[in-house]
Design a protein around this ligand. Sequence first.
Ligand SMILES: [Zn+2]
Length: 169
Amino acid sequence: MLEMPLHPLRHGIRRFWNPVESRYWAYERPALIEAECGRCGKSYAFKPDPCPPYPYDPVSGGYRRIKGQVCGAIAGRGACGKCGKVTTSLNWPEAAHIKIKVAEGVLWSWNTQQLLAIRALVAGDKVLLRRMLMNDWDLSRIVGRIPRFAAIKRNRVKVLAAIDRYLRK
Ligand SMILES: [Zn+2]
């Protein structure tokens, strides 16, 4: 008697691959970074070079996904509008324009647009936050990585006041 396989293999493991989760982890830097000029202290726009979310891995011979690789040297280009200094590499987050220090560490933001979402998170404005993050994967990833100390109760007032100072500028 010929035995039939219980489960034909035509669907394979791919059926269980979760594209949402994979997109959540795939990493790209924002197209625009607000950096602080190393010479005069003024903020300026820095455009990072595109960075592939799946770099070639010589050890495994395949492509590995970048997870959480955010800080460190960032290649790109920007020029200070005040003193004219041209920059081709940043050290992150030291070069961030938006940096808020509390006892537990430093909360930073790539740019003002993301700071608005961070503000909604810290303020606990869930409706506004959900509206801002809707279909915006880059922003969702950033907000998902905000350190916990930024939104805890004892830091809330200080962090919100600092955010509002940046937003008023
Ligand atoms: Zn400058």
